[in-house]
Design a protein around this ligand. Structure first.
Ligand SMILES: [Zn+2]
Length: 483
């Protein structure tokens, strides 16, 4: 007897068990891609598989849906491979060991691949039942979403004609994603000249407690350790403390709010550096994260200090550097539309490297912000060394027929059952929807999914009741799309 015996929809969970037997971590998608392609061909569909292992299946409309626009269903085949302590699971060859725990399906001390196996299984379930009423479908199975959306990026869309896209890569049943951010990594160098100085040296450090992903937590106004440190140095400057700057470094990744930053300075004055803690306690008193200052005396040292002019320019630049949430969604004012995170600061002998990650669902706003950064660094003067990892966003559309239809359908048929109502949400991070929209302008898009907990961790689990409702909901939406 299989683990999912008796769960509904039966076909969905049969496919879930089948793909659990096929290792399909990101970058290891040959086998799952072949499985999905073969299954589509076996069922009699026109299908193609490309060099990125994406699979595209064309399903003709049911009788009575000849006038309905084509709908694309889409999700990614790859999964995140994480295992808990003590697990000997080999993601390159071992099948996932599924088990059922009350209302959840999970795997034994590994990720489950519900993200985004739910999409793969729902699409296969629809394809295998030719009695289901629906418009013409383009089922798109992409690869390597988790490591950089490489499948979607490489997908040839020239044979795709969908007007609507239902992306199946969300993990909250009542959340209807209607926009996502595009982004870019901005890097600039500020050159510095140095002179030898012999004086007492100090290491000033800032540590925070939470930090977090720069897309998901930027609206919380958490302290950015790099900027707290820069402000601290700015206060010393304003107080007239004569000091030399040796280095300033902080942050590990451009897309994480930096939690630790430190500077080495030299000064002959004896200062209680920690007096400034009070200012930051006050500044972040309503925030869920706090900066902690510390100062360590390093004794008298001889070091190459940054010239006074360069120090002045650097501190001024950091004072004016935009950071954090910059604009909010018009119709959903609690959601961030545009933000940036000053993630990395690194001092080398001849320059200081500065890196920010910029996000916006509005392409024009993203470009304007990149332009602002460029202007700021060039005024120091520094050099913009690269704008990379540029990926397109998906802007909120005021009038979306698909969004209205889907949210109304959910509220009419499924809200009474789940006790929840449909909520429109915007994700302040990248989704494959942004890439597909850039290739198919005008596409009307909504992203949905069943309830999943702790995705990308060994505790990942899929709510089986929510999955059943989610599948019935998608079938109902397709049934309603007659014209
Ligand atoms: Zn996913």
């Amino acid at each position: 007897m299989s683990v999912t015996e008796g769960l509904r929809p039966a076909a969905f969970f049969e496919y879930f068990e089948a793909i659990a037997k096929i290792p399909h971590g990101s970058g290891n998608t040959d086998a799952i891609s072949e499985y999905v392609y073969n299954e589509a061909v076996r069922l009699g569909y026109e299908a193609r598989r490309d060099a990125h292992n994406n699979v595209v299946v064309h399903a003709p409309c049911s009788p009575g849906y000849e006038n309905a626009p084509t709908v694309m269903l889409q999700g990614h085949m790859d999964m995140v491979c994480e295992k808990g302590p003590g697990s000997t699971h080999d993601f390159t060859k071992d099948p996932l060991r599924l088990s059922l725990d009350g209302k959840y399906l999970h795997a034994d001390n590994t990720t489950l691949g519900g993200d985004d196996g739910a999409a793969v299984c729902l699409m296969l379930m629809i394809l295998q039942d030719k009695s289901l009423p629906h418009p013409a479908l383009e089922c798109v199975f992409t690869t390597d979403e988790e490591t950089g959306m490489f499948g979607a990026d490489g997908l040839d869309c020239s044979d795709l004609h969908a007007k609507y896209l239902i992306n199946l890569d969300n993990e909250i049943e009542d959340s209807f994603v209607v926009a996502c951010a595009g982004g870019a990594r901005f890097e600039a160098d500020v050159p510095v000249t140095r002179k030898k100085v012999t004086k007492p040296a100090y290491k000033l450090s800032v540590m925070t407690e939470k930090g977090g992903h720069s897309g998901m937590f930027i609206h919380k106004n958490r302290p950015n350790a790099n900027l707290v440190l820069a402000r601290w140095l700015g206060y010393l400057n304003n107080e007239g403390v004569p000091f030399d700057l040796i280095s300033i470094d902080g942050g590990m990744m451009d897309n994480a709010i930096p939690m630790a930053s430190s500077a080495v300075i030299m000064t002959e004055l004896e200062i209680d550096f920690l007096l400034f803690q009070e200012i930051f306690d006050e500044a972040f008193k309503d925030c869920d994260d706090h900066p902690h200052l510390s100062a360590e005396a390093l004794g008298v040292q001889t070091m190459d200090a940054v010239s006074a002019d360069d120090k002045f320019n650097l501190l001024n630049a950091f004072c004016t550097l935009p950071n954090g949430a910059q604009a909010y969604m018009e119709d959903m004012p609690e959601l961030v539309r545009t933000s940036l995170n000053f993630g990395i600061l690194k001092t080398l002998p001849d320059k200081v490297l500065c890196r920010s990650s910029v996000r916006s669902s509005d392409a024009g706003e993203k470009d304007a912000l990149l332009g602002k950064l460029k202007a700021l660094y060039e005024a120091i003067p520094g050099t913009v060394t690269s704008v990379s990892g540029n990926y397109p966003g998906w802007a909120y559309v005021k009038d979306s027929r698909l969004r209205t239809l889907m949210m109304d359908t959910y509220n009419r048929y499924y809200a009474p059952e789940s006790g929840r109502t449909a909520k429109a949400e915007a994700i302040h991070a990248g989704l494959e929807c942004g890439i597909l929209l850039s290739k198919m302008p005008g596409l009307d898009i909504v992203s949905i999914g069943p309830d999943m907990m702790d995705i990308h961790t060994p505790k990942e689990r899929l709510d089986v009741e929510s999955t059943d409702r989610f599948c019935r909901f998608v079938l109902q939406v397709l049934r309603e799309m007659k014209n």
